[in-house]
Design a protein around this ligand. Structure first.
Ligand code: ADP
Ligand code: 5GP
Length: 225
């Protein structure tokens, strides 16, 4: 019986880097290619990073019942098609879904045996720095992702396993032990929730966030850089 995994993380935490390394080094598991209405970033290849589609095509896929799950994230649609999951299970591979918390919620309802992993940044400051250092998004998009990360962290309780992506190699070996060896994360569920609470508190108190708010305001719609 092939397994389904969900790996989520607030944008900028490092989930794509961790998952891509796992896909590169282990052939029995594949990452599902989602559909999205987001525009490709530099270096992203259609049908590899995502299937990049128009709003009309995405809507028709929803209407035709082609999506296992879908969500609106940062103003764009993202979804996993039934066809993609069948394609990968057909290759006799385990499947990893790199999707947001709303998508994870739908998957837990539909396939309760799914193994779910939430990756967390060591601090909100580190999260902001990684979004900046990645250099793929303009300031208004980075700001939006950074503010929405708080809501994702609030929903962290739905996940079974938690990993803090501080040291990359350590986080990677933890991810491997959960996905390849079926172990529990070294952090318990309760400890994971405590880390989520600590990060949410940082959103209230971090001087970085206060400075950014003073500069840009927290109305995402007004920030048009
Ligand atoms: P996500 O997919 O969660 O949005 P990415 O995988 O794109 O995040 O990573 C965001 C940035 O952080 C990238 O520039 C990546 O190289 C960097 N990064 C990832 N993990 C670490 C880590 N443990 N330490 C330092 N930088 C990291
Ligand atoms: P990005 O624009 O950075 O590639 O992705 C933004 C967010 O959308 C991330 O949290 C990512 O995990 C999520 N995402 C990507 N594909 C899917 C999908 O198929 N379904 C859902 N629900 N979320 C997705």
């Amino acid at each position: 019986m092939k397994k389904l995994f969900v790996v989520s993380a607030p944008s900028g935490t490092g989930k794509t880097t961790l998952n891509d390394r796992l896909m590169l080094e282990h052939s029995g598991i594949e990452k599902a290619v989602s559909h999205t209405t987001r525009k490709p970033r530099a270096g992203e290849v259609d049908s590899q990073s995502y299937h990049f589609v128009t709003n009309d095509i995405f809507q028709s896929m929803i209407d035709n019942g082609e999506m296992l799950e879908w969500a609106n994230v940062f103003g764009n649609f993202y979804g996993t098609s039934h066809k993609e999951i069948e394609r990968l299970f057909g290759k006799d591979h385990d499947v990893l879904l790199e999707i947001d918390v709303q998508g994870c919620q739908s998957i837990i309802r539909r396939r309760p045996s799914t193994v779910t992993v939430f990756i967390l940044p060591p601090s909100v400051e580190t999260l902001w720095n990684r979004l900046e250092q990645r250099g793929t998004d303009p300031l208004n998009i980075r700001w939006r992702r950074f503010l929405e990360a708080k809501h994702e962290i609030e929903a962290g309780y739905i996940y079974e396993h938690f990993i803090v992506n501080d040291d990359f190699e350590r986080a990677y070996s933890e991810l491997k032990s959960i996905i390849l060896d079926g172990k529990h994360s070294s952090i318990s569920h309760k400890e994971g929730l405590d880390i989520c609470r600590k990060l949410m508190a940082e959103y209230q108190t971090s001087p970085l966030l206060q400075n950014l708010k003073a500069k840009f305001g927290d109305d995402l719609g007004l920030l048009n850089v």
